[in-house]
Design a protein around this ligand. Structure first.
Ligand code: KG4
Ligand code: ZN
Length: 369
């Protein structure tokens, strides 16, 4: 099966061609995905100027880019559209104006090319990025029951799956998402957008115990998260001259000061914040994995690109759940892409069949369960 994936839920216009091949392994056929092409047009530079995404600007960029990106994906895969078996498109959650561009384009293509169409939840796409890894032979595909930690700019969820396409959200953030907290802290420090990659880079030069920051909800008897208090704690630290020796002016000033002391201070703040956020994510994931006795623990979403999180969760799973398998996507597949939408689309096509293009609609608040 050859799947065309289309993703426009936020600020990345993406198209990918993914082929599913059944390979014989240990006397059983196991699905193996091959990414024939994956093209992404990022709007990061545009949104960096405004310090965040302006929905109308994002939608206009998607409209400009969507057809050339799909065309490039077909050309890179050396495929004619006749070879596409199914079109998978993100139907939510996300920005309504952005989602509509991808969905309406997919519907037009389904109609004119006479192809089946499938709607995929963006978060299940992130989870299914873990199956794309199975293409590197030797790597084990995720085993059920599994626990997936989905950490992105808009979501932080712990999802239990007992079989394909079966989702039980057992924990989620009560306020800010993990990626959102990285973005907001970077903004407080005047570091730019998106905050995650900048903070984690600066954190490598900082001391992780330089500042005592809270680990919200870490010991509570549930699997929910809260990151807004952690962000506020960073804000108070920035303002608290007795601890940070910063000028009593607006926090943004500190990024503009160049001296070594200021740089080290920023690095220490980034490192202390990153450690606090990741401690909570790792601790709660391990607790849930133990409770539900899962066979695999999966990491996914934009924040899964964070090296400290990747290493910490991997080490902790190995130590505390030695019988469990740990899976994480390659760096390119952590942030938004269309290959993950195609992978999830394959399972929808196999288990549920396609949808009627005339009835396909988007839902900006589409929940996984
Ligand atoms: O999944 P994604 O590409 O888009 C959404 O679905 O939201 O995730 C984007 C988020 C942003 O908040 C970004 O700051 C964060 O992922 N991110 C990171 C890193 N790379 C991206 N956060 C922490 N460390 C990183 N290395
Ligand atoms: Zn995403």
């Amino acid at each position: 099966m050859i799947i065309l994936g289309i993703e426009t839920s936020c600020d990345e216009t993406a198209a990918a061609i993914v082929q599913m091949k059944a390979r014989l392994r240990n006397r059983a056929f196991s699905p193996t995905f091959e990414i024939l092409s994956s093209v992404i047009s990022s709007q990061v530079d545009i949104h960096a100027k405004t310090g965040g995404i302006v929905p109308e600007v994002a939608a206009r960029e998607h409209i400009k880019n969507i057809l050339p990106i799909i065309d490039q994906a077909l050309k890179k895969a050396s495929l004619d559209y006749h070879r596409i078996d199914v079109i998978a498109v993100t139907g939510g959650p996300g920005l309504i104006t952005s989602l509509l561009v991808g969905a309406e384009t997919a519907k037009v293509l389904a109609y004119t090319w006479n192809k089946p169409i499938i709607k995929v939840n963006h978060l299940e796409g992130h989870i299914y990025s873990n199956w794309l890894r199975a293409q590197d032979s030797g790597l084990k595909a995720p085993q059920f029951p599994l626990l997936a930690l989905v950490v992105s700019g808009g979501h932080t969820e712990l999802v239990l799956m007992k079989k394909h396409l079966d989702y039980q959200v057992i924990g989620q953030t009560r306020d800010d998402a993990a990626g959102e907290a990285f973005d907001k802290v970077a903004k407080l420090l005047g570091l730019g957008y998106p905050g995650g990659p900048i903070i984690s880079q600066l954190a490598q030069k900082g001391k992780r115990d330089a500042f005592k920051l809270p680990r919200p909800m870490i010991n509570e008897n549930n699997f929910d998260f809260s990151f807004s208090g952690l962000k506020t704690a960073v804000l108070y630290l920035i303002k608290d001259r007795s601890k940070t020796k910063l000028p009593a002016t607006r926090p943004l000033r500190i990024a503009k000061r160049v001296g070594r002391a200021s740089y080290q201070l920023q690095a220490n703040l980034c490192a202390s914040f990153e450690q606090a956020a990741i401690d909570v994510l790792v601790e709660k994931t391990i607790k849930a994995a133990k409770k539900y006795k899962v066979k695999s623990v999966l990491l996914s979403g934009g924040v899964a690109a964070n090296e400290l999180l990747r290493e910490s969760l991997k080490t902790k799973v190995k130590k505390e759940l030695p019988a469990s398998h740990f899976s994480l996507p390659t760096l390119q597949l952590c942030t938004d892409n269309a290959a993950m939408i195609a992978a999830a689309g394959y399972y929808h096509a196999t288990y549920h069949g396609s949808e009627d293009w005339q009835k396909l609609s988007v839902d900006p608040n589409w929940e996984l369960t």
